[in-house]
Ligand binder design. Structure first.
Ligand code: DGJ
Length: 742
């Protein structure tokens, strides 16, 4: 998959569908040539290097009028030697100079892909699934070795990149900017697509035209955040969900990040992604090394849906890993929205019994089970059962739940502490705070300094104790505030710029240790809903709580946006009570079920509050999900109608072989005497006859008819509804099952 033209020093990565090309310049820097639809390997390619003599304001190389880094497309640009765009690398030496210049030293081909120690990353299971080339670069003046790693995957149209730095000199160096990837694309005629929002409205799809200057999204909150996601796409203006060219960029990381597109004054586009340089400074002593997180770049000529499918395939099978990767996820019930902190063992067992009756497979006990935790002011950090609520402890409760024939799951917030807790009283120095300054709290809690091994050890010790004694099959790992006053008491002044990243390494380490000790543990990540919903977390936790907003109509947007980069298998989605806790909206229970079942499904409900009729619906929903969950998790996902753009939210899951599909169509507000509507489907076999079963009607049609003429929608308008012919009200949703007839 990787060829090298040794004479022209051109590297061509191709899996037959996409190509990525770069070359070694005369100056020995690495230059970018091409990224996109596959090119045949016959070419010479160097004609793609565009150079011009632009003497005014340009700094050029002695004796070579056409070579200025300002005008050359590069792979990993540096600061200070005639390029005035933002660099991928900025490194300062003890002399105070931040100028660097990388020169090509050689390359190494690797079958498959190397593991990134301590960091989440995509992986291979067989060597021939991917090929990697590592390009050795060096700043000879500083003796800094820089290894640029590129992996191309055989079955997915993606390139994974990361960078390793080794200080081979005798002095100290400071990395002030070390992006995971950078690429200079030949034109800038794109729109950027980003996923932005805030708590309870995460990952709204925002599209804007690129213009000369910078377009960026970032986080400096210590976690990837509700506000911006470490993902963005660049699409052509005429690219839609179904067609056109698009590039997707995703960072496999959960901390501070920067995603930036810079259009220069010659319409060349520099794209970069990595740890946010703001607040970052990594000290590299002699022989020290540093590895960036991994960035994944995808190209699709099949529209935004095509891009998402590439991310989904890669992240589902070669980022998520372990025991749960390919297993059907249990249908769970979580007590949080029903009880918050106010419960005792009897309430929980009543909950679980009712859930069991409905076919639900796992009971999850959320916040409030430990220490003095009766509200959010106390107890965080004391991971021992509150015996007033749970007389037999977690062991006893877990046993009773297991005896009902259910699995038991438990909530933790490992990274946090209340000052009013035994843990804090024992270790007041364990929190992140800047000496001499007030420490801000968030939800009355403080952030434990996970950059310190002894802190991670202390939390691991408590969790290990509980997990090894009680039968706990799942944990919900929450994280409910951003980091402020970032400073670690354990590090000297010249390493304080490392703390945000070291904190993330500590979080990853705790995940890894727990998974090593309890390989069958299912972890669901959470951060006040979706505040750390990113590719980094997926490596440890194959599912995440998508948002604290559980209203089905709000979730149309949240799940639609999330699907741009993340597969359905990782989107925790639950049916919750009405009126909805967050927005007070009343939606039909069928709609809540339909929206939630295209995710990792569950309930957030006191089921005893439901009528007998509603309980029957719950039983059917659970049975439907169990029957279809593997197909939903593993099928190809297509967004059909955007809830950001109209009155409908619609999406489809289709089996990879086109043998079946399921379309979920939700109309937000009802309408009077509305139009006839059809919805063209995707991913079917054109010559195959299918049976389509909606809520009220069923019929047969061929794949080409369904994809070209469209699925006939059943959304009844008032005025067209007659007795027995459907309902008309706000928030109606229909699931259409489309199955090949044999
Ligand atoms: C925030 C989470 O997103 C909720 O689901 C719940 O677990 C609460 N924290 C508990 O404090």
């Amino acid at each position: 998959m990787i060829t090298v033209d040794e004479r022209d020093k051109v590297f061509h990565l191709s899996n037959g569908r996409i190509s990525y090309l770069f070359y070694v310049m005369d100056t020995e820097q690495l230059g970018h040539l091409y990224f996109g639809k596959a090119l045949d390997k016959r070419g010479k390619y160097l004609h793609m290097v565009e150079k011009a003599y632009r003497p005014m304001t340009t700094c050029i190389r002695e004796g070579d009028l056409c070579t200025s880094y300002e005008h050359l497309r590069q792979e990993y640009p540096c600061y200070g030697t005639s390029d005035y765009r933002y660099p991928a690398l900025e490194v300062q030496g003890e002399d105070g100079s931040s100028i660097s210049s990388l020169k090509y030293q050689g390359y190494e081909m690797i079958k498959g892909k190397r593991h990134l120690a301590g960091l989440p990353a995509t992986y291979t299971e067989e060597d021939d699934e991917a090929a990697t080339v590592e390009i050795m670069m060096k700043d000879t003046w500083r003796n800094l070795e820089v290894v640029l790693s590129y992996t191309i995957f055989r079955d997915v149209d993606a390139i994974a990149r990361s960078v390793r730095f080794v200080n081979r000199g005798g002095g100290v160096l400071f990395l002030d900017r070390a992006m995971s990837m950078s690429v200079d694309m030949p034109d800038a005629d794109y729109q950027s697509v980003q996923l932005s929002g805030a708590w309870s409205r995460e990952r709204s799809v925002k599209v804007r035209d690129l213009e000369t200057g910078i377009t960026s999204v970032s986080s400096m909150r210590g976690h990837s955040s509700h506000h911006h996601n470490p993902f963005f796409a660049l699409k052509r203006k005429n690219t839609t969900e179904r067609s056109g060219e698009v590039y997707g960029f995703s960072l496999v990381y959960s901390g501070n990040f920067l995603a930036q597109a810079e259009v220069d004054n010659y319409q060349v586009l520099r794209v970069m992604l990595g740890i946010n340089p703001f607040g970052f400074r990594w000290k590299l002593g002699p022989q020290d090394s540093f590895t960036t997180p991994e960035a994944v770049m995808v190209f699709s000529a099949q529209g935004l849906n095509g891009m998402s499918r590439q991310f989904h395939r890669l992240y589902r099978k070669r980022l998520a890993r372990g025991y749960w990767r390919d297993r059907e996820r249990p249908v769970l019930i979580n007590n949080w929205e029903a009880t918050q902190f106010d419960f005792d063992e009897n309430d929980l067992l009543r909950f679980a019994r009712k859930a069991k009756e409905c076919g639900i497979e796992m009971f999850v006990l959320d916040d409030g089970w430990f220490g003095e935790r009766n509200d959010d002011k106390k107890g965080l950090g004391d991971w021992k059962a509150n015996r007033d609520k749970l007389p037999d402890g977690i062991e006893g409760l877990a046993e009773k739940i297991e005896a009902l024939g259910m699995k038991f799951g438990l909530w933790f917030e490992p990274e946090m502490v209340n000052m009013d807790s035994d843990f804090f009283r024992d270790h007041p120095d364990y929190i992140i705070r800047t000496p001499g300054r007030d420490a801000s709290h968030g939800r009355n809690q403080y952030v434990l300094d996970f950059s310190r091994k002894e802190v991670v050890d202390a939390v691991y010790g408590q969790m290990y104790e509980l997990l090894s004694k009680a039968k706990i099959s799942y944990i919900k790992w929450d994280m409910n505030r951003s980091i402020s006053e970032c400073y670690s008491a354990a590090y000297p002044a010249d390493q304080q710029g490392e703390i945000f990243h070291r904190y993330m390494l500590g979080v990853y380490d705790l995940h890894e240790r727990l998974l090593q000790a309890f390989p069958e543990l299912l972890i669901e990540s959470c951060s006040s809903g979706g505040g750390r919903f990113d590719a980094g977390m997926l490596y440890y936790a194959p599912q995440g709580w998508t948002s604290d907003d559980s209203d089905a109509i709000e979730r149309l947007k949240i799940q639609y946006g999330t699907s741009f980069s993340y597969p359905l298998s990782c989107m925790g989605a639950h049916v919750s009570a009405c009126p909805n806790e967050q927005v007070g909206r009343r939606t039909p229970i069928e709609t809540r079920g339909n929206v939630a079942c295209t995710g990792a499904f569950g309930y957030e409900h006191d089921l005893d509050q439901l009528s007998d009729e509603e309980i029957e619906i719950v039983k059917k929903q659970v049975a439907f999900y169990k029957e279809n969950r593997r197909f939903i998790a593993e099928g190809d996902f297509y967004r059909l109608l955007s809830p950001f753009e109209g009155n409908f939210g619609a999406w489809e899951v289709a089996a990879e072989d086109g043998s079946r599909a399921m379309a979920t169509v939700t109309r937000i507000l009802s309408e009077v005497n509305g139009p006839y509507r059809r919805l063209p489907l995707c991913g079917l076999r054109k010559d195959q006859e299918y049976h389509i079963a909606g809520r009220y009607n069923s019929y047969d049609a061929y794949g080409d008819e369904l994809m070209q003429y469209g699925l006939i929608l059943e959304d009844r308008s008032s005025g067209s509804v007659t007795e027995g012919n459907g309902r008309c009200e706000d928030f109606l949703s229909v699931v259409y099952e489309i199955k090949a007839k044999f």
